[in-house]
Design a protein around this ligand. Structure first.
Ligand code: 5GP
Ligand code: MG
Ligand code: MG
Length: 181
């Protein structure tokens, strides 16, 4: 299988992301004020840079945990089947939980993950998603906090990959495929 040639056009600059992350963290800090320890759950792998930046701006004690779900593989379309590849290490019953996701697309992943985590009876469970593509939604699901609402484009960077590359770009870019000669 060959990978098509592509270029990446910047969509959201590193500076805009940093400013938005700061605002989100301020809202989250206010929302959870008084919580003794917030459990911040990053959905691997796409959220790893976002969660790292976000927790450093949250002015509350936090515990960081990770969960890996898969609905994508290496293909560019979502399947409806969501598998848990790596579960949380910690208990969340009775705790305040914030799920951190890179992109809400069809909504299948988030709806599956939040249903699973709610079954463990956290005190409160909210979601912070960096990106939202509402035009692609197939399951009704909404993050409590969203960084940016974007059109239906395939994006990479700031933790988000294309075939396991480009996660280390400091900005969010859209993938534009070019003609192979
Ligand atoms: P959903 O289950 O909402 O359709 O898919 C969510 C997951 O699909 C995201 O967490 C992300 O991993 C992947 N995804 C959705 N849109 C994009 C995109 O534009 N680029 C990349 N690299 N992954 C995406
Ligand atoms: Mg994801
Ligand atoms: Mg991926």
């Amino acid at each position: 299988m060959t990978k098509r040639s592509y270029v990446i056009d910047q969509m959201i600059s590193a500076k805009s992301i940093a400013a938005r992350v700061e605002d989100l963290a301020t809202e989250i800090t206010t929302h959870y004020s008084g919580t003794d320890k917030l459990v911040v759950v990053g959905l691997l792998r796409g959220s790893f840079i976002f969660i790292a930046d976000l927790v450093r701006e949250i002015g509350l004690p936090v515990e960081v945990d990770f969960l890996e779900a898969s609905s994508y593989g290496n293909a560019m379309r979502s399947s409806r089947e969501v598998r848990i590849l790596k579960d949380l290490r910690g208990e969340i019953a009775g705790r305040d939980v914030l799920v951190v996701e890179d992109i809400v697309d069809t909504g299948f992943t988030l709806s599956h993950v939040t249903r699973l985590l709610r079954s463990r009876e956290p005190r409160r469970l909210e979601v912070c998603a960096l990106l939202d593509k509402p035009s692609r939604r197939e399951v009704e699901v909404q993050a409590t906090w969203t960084g940016f609402t974007i059109p239906d484009e395939f994006v990479v960077g700031y933790g988000i990959d294309y075939a396991q590359s480009n996660r280390n770009l400091p900005y969010i870019g859209k993938v534009r495929f070019t003609e192979d000669t």
